[in-house]
Design a protein around this ligand. Structure first.
Ligand code: PLP
Length: 378
């Protein structure tokens, strides 16, 4: 059994994907070009934004957004403490200061109360100027943008939606990657909408920012690639990845349905056995991960080993609060800075899930978990 079975998806889509890749090979146009523009239009329509600007990966997409907003030394950017490191890394790479915010224990999303407290504390300290809130659609569930938007307005901050795991989710009739002033995603193979290499994109309704993102992603181009008006980077999507994504986008709606059903089946079977993930009323998760909570680090680690021995792969997303990573020792933050994040890092376990997992496989995983829990004495 695989954690995320990408071969099974390929087996289903093989004819179309093979044809798409061959067409690109025969076309002689490999980087950017018509295929990439077509994909950008399809994705902007799907998400519901005016602009989609593709780039080389999800980390670059975040970087391009921060560059478009000129985020730099002296700026504070609020980032959840429970996320993939890239969400914070891009802030530091710009020379700005990440301010770590705790998350909600049920949704794993940035906690509104702690967010406002951290904004106030940053204003009081007066060392760096609050500029951006990065909200992450962790494990596929959109963050609580209704509340975050209110806070952003109150303190005049921009929202950057890190939708690397969010593509396909929605809330209040809007799709993920349309909630931020700029939103980003990743097409890394194991993300909800993945290609066969690296890829990413930015989404926005703002014409000026879209133009800036295109410029920064193409070596700071002005009116042409050879008229350079700012220091940018080289961040492009290639035509093979774009054409694979076009095939996968056609299958995406039914895949989202299938993976959501798989998640519901896990939740029904694990009722009373382990704490299962919450999708609040009005929200839809892309189910990038199916993450349960155990009672302690010891119990979680023992279950992980137990499942591993029985051929069930699991992952710990994420084992360490971002503020406790070695790279951020310099901030000297107390262990107590984000207590919910610390608790989650001890207790979360992500189970195998993807659109092509079978009921039999889910039943097998749940039976093993049930057997472990009933015998566990820790
Ligand atoms: C995967 C991921 C990224 C980075 O995407 P890449 O394409 O690997 O650069 C950023 N943020 C989050 C939350 C992610 O899960």
């Amino acid at each position: 059994m695989q954690f995320r079975d990408l071969q099974r998806q390929y087996d289903v889509l093989k004819a179309d994907i093979d044809r798409a890749m061959r067409d690109v090979a025969a076309s002689g146009a490999y980087i950017m070009g018509a295929k990439v523009r077509e994909l950008e239009t399809l994705l902007a329509d799907f998400v519901g934004t005016r602009h989609c600007i593709s780039c080389a990966n999800g980390t670059d997409a975040l970087t391009l957004a921060l560059k478009a907003w000129d985020v730099k030394l002296g700026d504070a950017v609020f980032v959840p403490d429970f996320t993939f490191f890239a969400s914070a890394e891009v802030v530091s790479a710009q020379g700005a200061t990440p301010v770590f915010v705790d998350v909600d224990r049920d949704t794993f999303s940035i906690d509104a109360t702690d967010l406002e407290a951290k904004i106030k504390a940053t204003l009081r300290a007066g060392e760096v100027v609050p500029k951006v809130i990065i909200a992450v659609d962790l494990f596929g569930l959109p963050a609580n943008y209704r509340v975050i938007r209110g806070i952003a307005r109150k303190y005049n901050l921009l929202i950057l939606e890190d939708g690397a795991q969010g593509m396909g989710g929605s809330s209040g009739g809007k799709r993920s990657c349309s909630f931020g002033d700029i939103s980003t995603t990743s097409f890394f193979p194991s993300k909800p909408l993945g290609c066969y290499g690296d890829g990413g994109a930015c989404f926005t309704d703002n014409d000026e920012w879209a133009e800036l993102i295109r410029s920064y992603g193409m070596q700071g181009k002005g009116s042409s690639k050879y008229d350079n008006v700012r220091i940018g980077m080289n961040s492009r999507l290639d035509a093979i990845q774009a054409s694979i994504l076009k095939v996968k986008l056609r299958a995406f709606a039914s895949e989202l349905e299938a993976v959501d059903n798989a998640a519901r089946e896990y939740t029904a079977r694990l009722n009373g056995i382990a704490e299962t993930p919450v999708v609040p009323e009005g929200f839809r998760s892309s189910r990038a991960q199916y993450t349960i909570k155990l009672k302690s680090r010891l119990q979680r680690d023992s279950l992980k080993d137990y499942l591993q021995e029985r051929g069930v792969p699991t992952m710990v997303y994420y084992p360490t609060p971002i503020h406790r990573l070695k790279v951020y020792d310099k901030y000297n933050l107390p262990d107590t800075d984000c207590p919910t994040t610390a608790m989650l890092c001890d207790t979360v376990l992500s189970l195998p899930i993807h659109p092509y997992i079978t009921s039999g496989e889910i039943e097998g995983v749940c039976n093993e978990i049930s057997a472990f829990i009933s015998r566990y004495k820790g």
